[in-house]
Write a protein that binds this ligand. Structure first.
Ligand SMILES: C[S@@+](CC[C@H](N)C(=O)[O-])C[C@H]1O[C@@H](n2cnc3c(N)ncnc32)[C@H](O)[C@@H]1O
Length: 473
């Protein structure tokens, strides 16, 4: 092997050629629509910024373009439930599986809105500040873990604990939850942290020992300032006033089909569904990009009562997309064995093993690792396991989809050690081996570079960001 590793990307090139006629530049799918950006001004969606999400417009676009009537809809990586709520507003019976308590809390709060009478809410909000000012029995609600310690100015943390103590005394459960949700939604704003890339970035004013160039996140709102803004946004959205292109649940979801929220890993939960159950899937799994949801959302997880063991376990249970993730293959084998489906387990593994492009990627990454050309020695393991777990998830998605039904998936390609990993092509190849037919891979007009370290080494080149459309034949 030369010092400078040169491997002609034969198998990836062949796979590209196989799908070339289905790779389409999609000028109507802007990055705005495919990301959370387009939700930023949408009533209710805008309350909590989940920047890993996609927009309700994207979901409604595919549902209306590729089906003539509502049916059963699934998002196995539901996040904060964009698929579920956008589908619900069009009459779809929507199911979502999500592993992170952050998404579960957002979905459950939103789902409970139809039990809230806006007049009751108005009264509670009117009385809130005078009651809160008088409230003195503060107990400790935030039990920090090492990565969140000292995240808030002391006054802010006191006010937050006091408010959460006050919430415990609000008699109506749904209003209590909504008030807690309002506090949950401002944690980043009132803290010394900012969600930036893979980790939380810390402001120079925090008590932490910080290495590197000092970071100034700008004005940090007090708890009361931020909460007042959030509550006025919430109450404005609960009064019907939307002129948006697509109907939002004006009556807070009442009269629409209910949504089903499943708290768990889709790798464990999907096998429990019967065959041919869903008409449509719209989803976006975590990307294979080392992004750690448990670190980015550490403040929110602590707010929801997660301790360090829980956070560590969650990190392992999430689809492998960080260098810390260990293999789940034995866990998967056990799941299928217990269901009496050992042969299914073997056949899914065969689909993974028979992808020559996958083998090529695994081989190249392990060679690059030997040459010390990767930023982290666990990248080959992460990539191998990411695709292996996605192979099982796609098998299940194909199995639970009815014939003629669709799966829409948003995902980004990635690059490690200068080698492009065509996530779109490899996952579509798996999908074809598991019962789907790739109709199109819509390529967004502008791709993106990869991490800053890699751009330093290889210069910024475009890598594809895509929306795949698979049909069960
Ligand atoms: C790209 S985000 C999806 C965001 C979603 N489309 C939205 O608009 O809110 C991927 C989600 O998958 C979740 N996730 C990761 N591993 C999972 C697993 N094994 N089972 C279920 N959800 C998982 C993450 O917690 C994250 O919320």
């Amino acid at each position: 092997m030369n010092e400078r590793l040169e491997i002609f990307p034969t198998e990836r090139q062949k796979l590209y050629e196989k799908f070339a006629d289905r790779l389409i530049k999609a000028s109507n799918l802007s990055r705005q629509i495919v990301s959370f950006q387009a939700n930023k001004e949408e009533p209710i969606y805008r309350w909590f910024k989940y920047k890993e999400g996609f927009s309700s417009t994207l979901v409604q676009y595919f549902l209306t373009k590729f089906s003539d009537k509502p049916g059963k809809l699934l998002d196995p990586f539901a996040g904060v439930g964009t698929t579920l709520f956008a589908g619900q507003s069009l009459g779809w019976d929507s199911y979502g599986i999500e592993i992170l308590p952050v998404g579960i809390f957002v979905m459950e709060t939103r789902d409970a809105l139809h039990n809230i009478d806006p007049a009751d809410l108005g009264r509670s909000l009117q009385n809130l500040w005078s009651e809160y000012d008088k409230f003195e029995r503060t107990t400790l609600h935030l039990n920090h873990i090492s990565i969140t310690k000292d995240a808030f100015p002391e006054d802010t943390e006191r006010a937050l604990n006091r408010f959460l103590s006050y919430c415990e005394h609000v008699p109506q459960k749904e209003i209590r939850t909504l008030l807690r949700f309002a506090a949950f939604s401002i944690l980043e704003e009132i803290s010394y942290t900012r969600k930036d890339g893979q980790y939380l970035r810390w402001d120079y004013r925090s008590k932490r020992d910080l290495a590197g160039k000092p970071f100034n996140k700008g004005r940090i709102l007090s708890f009361e300032q931020a909460l007042r803004i959030k509550l006025s946004q919430i109450s404005a959205d609960l009064v019907p006033q939307s002129d948006s292109l697509f109907e939002t649940p004006r009556n807070n979801g009442h009269n629409y089909p209910s949504i089903k929220i499943i708290d768990g890993s889709c790798l464990q939960e999907l096998p429990a569904f019967e065959n041919d159950f869903f008409d449509f899937i719209v989803t976006s799994p975590p990307y294979c990009n080392r992004y750690d949801y448990t670190r980015t959302y550490a403040l929110e997880l602590v707010f929801l009562g997660c301790d360090s063991d829980k956070v560590r376990n969650l990190r392992q249970e999430l689809l492998s997309c960080t260098v810390e993730n260990k293999e789940k293959v034995e866990q998967l084998r056990q799941t299928y064995t217990l269901l009496g489906k050992s042969s299914t387990f073997d056949s899914v593994l065969r689909v993974y093993d028979s992808s020559l492009a996958m083998s090529e990627v695994n081989y190249i990454l392990s060679e690059l690792n030997k040459l010390d050309r990767l930023n982290n020695a666990n990248i080959p393991r992460m990539v191998r396991n990411y695709f292996l777990e996605m192979c099982f998830a796609i098998y299940e998605m194909a199995r639970v989809t009815k014939r003629g039904g669709y799966c829409v998936m948003v995902n980004d390609n990635v690059r490690y050690g200068g080698e492009e990993i065509p996530v779109d092509l490899i996952l579509s190849e798996f999908a074809e081996g598991l019962g789907f037919n790739t109709q199109n891979i819509f390529v967004l007009p502008r791709g993106k570079g990869n991490s800053s370290q890699q751009m330093g080494n290889y210069g910024r080149t475009e890598i594809r960001k895509c929306v795949y459309l698979w049909k069960k034949e």
